[in-house]
Design a binder for this molecule. Sequence first.
Ligand code: M6R
Length: 605
Amino acid sequence: MCGIVGYTGNQSAAPLLLEGLKKLEYRGYDSAGIAVTEDHSIHISKVTGRIANLCEKTEDGRLTPGTTGIGHTRWATHGAPTEPNAHPHASNDGRFAVVHNGIIENYVELRQELTREGYRFESETDTEVIVHLVEMYYAGDFKKAVMKASNRLRGSYAMGIVCADEPERIFVVREASPLILGVGIGENYFASDVTAMVAYTRNVIYLEDGEFAELTPDFIRIYDCSGREISKPVSRITWDIQAAEKGGYEHFMLKEIMEQPRAAKATITPRIQGGEVVLEGLELDLTDIQKIMITACGSAYYAGCAGKYTIEKLCHLPVQTELASELRYSDPLVDEHTLLIVLSQSGETADTIAAMKECRSRGAKILAIVNVVGSTIAKLADCTLYTWAGPEIAVATTKGYTTQLLVLYLFALYVAKRRNTLEPGQYRRLIGELKGLPKLMQQALDMNPRIPRLAKKYHKAQSMFFIGRNTDYAVALEGALKMKEISYIHAESYAAGELKHGTIALIQEKQPVIALCCNPSVTDKTMSNIVEVKARGAEVLAVAERGNQKIVSLADDMIYVPKVDTLLAACVEIIPLQLLAYYVARENGCDIDKPKNLAKSVTVE
Ligand code: M6R
């Protein structure tokens, strides 16, 4: 995910910016750049690849003199990781430069408008519209130009802008993307993450959405969206530097769990325009598709298992799910009437690549749903839809999995519309529900403060069973995997109705059973299974929609999720299970971000 930093003071800016950018490297990035003002001009330096390349190019900042500047690490979304797409972006007259985190949702219209006005675009990014807007609105008043430009933007942005005419002044603006100001003596800073500046100052101001600020070496002024100056408290950072790199969280996994509402928003919002699903990048003729096959490994496969229900129901197309490591050896029945959907966070999983190649040789069309831009799977597929989750650092996937589900939901609605398999009213209703998912995911995070306590109760278990039916079963698969991989507790997912065909023999006194009861069409049946395991001494932790009183009376413990349409529920329902796995692993003192024997990207078959 992108990172931004800025400095204005009396020291040479470039070395400080480079140091700040190094602190943001953990977030993942594929290009970087800095812009420094000096003598009424702006010097910009950009590279693809590592910050080390930028240090080399600028001779550790010595070639970019000046005491005010901005810097950026870019994780490609709009446009490949190239030098022209790297930030900072400059205005055509060279007077302004901008760095930006987030996504400008209305950049296509703005780009068309600015092009009509005669502005020349040097990159494919959404960001570049910002700097041309500032130039367009500039009539000698930097602040006014920034305000007018910001008012035109929709989406999420944390940005820093410098102006050659006012070489010591930086404007920063925040909307739905983190932005923190660092208060120094005779110098001031800003960054998207305190990590980048905590070595220089621990006094910070957190900007809120809609606020913007003006930084010079001598002062920081903060304004509300109408331009009125406001005062904000200065907070003191007390974390050690290592903790700050995780944004204050103890582990990357927890940070990534918490980031899910934001990742969901980034994945969904640009793809719903005027009440319609718009899937830029899906340039496939789907008219003669007779079946869909979904393949992937691990959690990505489980996302496919959950997505299968939604696609089949909405598109009236048969969907088969196959583990990639099995599919490639299975002499698969696929042909040119098959659409193969490949899911992968890293885009580099060897088994998935091999399965893709096998199906391609048999004529299947291939759609990849991938998180890492420019990865092998993205390049190999006929077309790719990105899950804009940002870099995932913890080995156990969380936001990677939920954003894969979200893209599958978008895909299902898109195809259903084209195949006329969904009534217009239903389509509209589901689009509305889909747009509301980030909020519901946030509620799922907020509504279970007791999970750490439940973890204390269950962390000594030798094994756990995760049971559910239908869509709940698909979520049970991922819930059990999360528990296994980070807590090292044996966890078994079972279709609840299958218990009595063998597994119930293992149920004994105090055996934890996590029962998923979120799908109303099968809840009564799952409740019978709860009664069966309880009768054999199991301790049942049920996951159910808020307000489900029937289950409360049966279960020993409850976890709640907000009410969601069953076809879109998996991405909300999994959240408390991720938290449960996390806190159980924490109780057990496990190395949560780097579980033993596992790698983030599995490039061997
Ligand atoms: O990068 P991919 O999504 O292709 O990775 C697939 C699996 O290796 C991955 O989901 C794995 O199961 C994770 N450790 C799950 O948390």
